[in-house]
Design a protein around this ligand. Structure first.
Ligand SMILES: Nc1ncnc2c1ncn2[C@@H]1O[C@H](COP(=O)(O)OP(=O)(O)OP(=O)(O)O)[C@@H](O)[C@H]1O
Ligand SMILES: [Mg+2]
Length: 341
């Protein structure tokens, strides 16, 4: 079994290369709204608490959070998605602008811009309200979307497909990407954050990044043990014919299938875990950005694993600054990366 030893200084030097690297991100974008307040009394109208809201925060979620993670790391994300044409789409654009994310949308009249509202009182989530429409994007809207992807990805060697199952990613969309690359004569590395029901759509991509549950569902096999993860990964190679596969394993870190028969395990570096929300977004954003910057695949995953270890220690869907990444590399115990096969 061949192991790989991390050279902290060399890895740290790679962080500097992330600055200015470009990644096109396409997928489902949403607004995460947090209404935070106090619950002092029961409503006279119904047996429910009345929340007096003192704070109304808006964060960008889904593919938008992936783009935000790239921006925070110093990269240049080019985000492409769909939204509605009402006031919420203006809010979405404003939130993205404030994050420094360059975004292009196909505005679809009458389609709601996806909004997930959480009502929180006394640190407790009381209610979540979703406004969304998940019908597949087709026809002229799909043609417009692909045109935007073509423009946004023209100078990108890496493209992320962030599939949250809200209608962007369909058979027609994935076929449309193939046609784009064929016309262009160059094929960017396409990384996919998968949604289980769409697994069959990701054939021939560069690298899907499923978590353990998605790996299990995509392979129709269990992923409880190392042997099971290896078997499930092999099954995914057989069906998708992907180039590589990155399976994130929550507290167990990640398994990088460089090939079906060449698998690395990278244990987590997280010291404290507060909130794992968005860790998957951080992983795909960091790997993609590092690859775009010319970092090799295994080192890119090691960087992503450090970045994920940082965000799980923070509250909410967080993102990582280059200095935080360098500090983690310099101060945390070096993860023991070993070959599983
Ligand atoms: N409980 C945990 N302890 C330590 N590290 C964790 C934990 N959960 C996640 N991580 C880190 O975050 C990475 C991604 O997490 P995970 O496998 O849960 O992805 P995910 O389910 O796609 O996340 P999400 O969908 O919430 O964004 C892991 O590879 C690991 O590095
Ligand atoms: Mg995920």
């Amino acid at each position: 079994m061949v192991n790989y030893s991390i050279d902290g200084a060399a890895l740290s030097a790679q962080v500097a290369r992330l600055a200015g690297a470009r990644v096109c991100v396409v997928g489902d974008v949403m607004i995460d709204e947090y209404l935070v307040g106090d619950a002092q009394r029961i409503s006279p109208e119904a047996p429910v608490p009345v929340i007096s809201v003192s704070e109304d925060r808006h964060l960008v979620g889904g593919a938008g959070n992936v783009a935000k993670n790239i921006r925070t790391l110093g990269g240049v994300p080019r985000l492409v998605s769909v939204c509605g044409n009402g006031a919420r789409s203006a809010l979405l654009r404003r939130v993205l602008r404030d994050e420094g994310v360059d975004a292009e949308f196909v505005e679809i009249p009458g389609r709601p811009t996806t909004l997930k509202t959480r009502v929180i009182a006394r640190q407790q989530q009381m209610l979540r309200i979703d406004r969304e429409e998940t019908s597949p994007i087709g026809g002229q809207h799909l043609a417009d979307l692909l045109r935007l992807v073509d423009a946004a990805s023209a100078d990108c060697s890496v493209v992320i497909v962030s599939d949250y199952g809200k209608g962007v990613v369909t058979r027609e969309f994935m076929d449309g990407l193939e046609t784009l690359w064929a016309q262009r004569g160059t094929r960017p590395a396409v990384l996919v954050d998968p949604k289980t029901p769409n697994f069959h759509l990701y054939r021939n991509v560069f690298m899907p990044t499923p978590n353990a549950k998605e790996t299990s569902e995509g392979a129709h096999l269990p992923t409880g043990t190392r042997e099971e993860i290896l078997a499930a990964g092999r099954a995914i190679f057989d069906t998708l014919h992907c180039r590589h596969l990155l399976t994130t394993l929550g507290p167990k870190g990640m398994a990088l299938f460089e090939a079906a028969d060449k698998v690395w395990h990278i244990p987590t570096t997280a010291r404290s875990v507060f909130d794992v929300t968005g860790a998957g977004d951080t992983v795909i954003a960091t790997v993609a950005l590092a690859l775009a910057a010319g970092v090799d695949l295994l080192e890119s995953c090691v960087l992503a694993n450090y970045a994920a270890g940082i965000v799980v220690g923070q509250v909410g869907a967080a993102s990582v600054l280059p200095d935080e990444l360098r500090e983690a590399i310099a101060t945390l115990p070096v993860p023991h990366v070993d070959r599983w096969v």
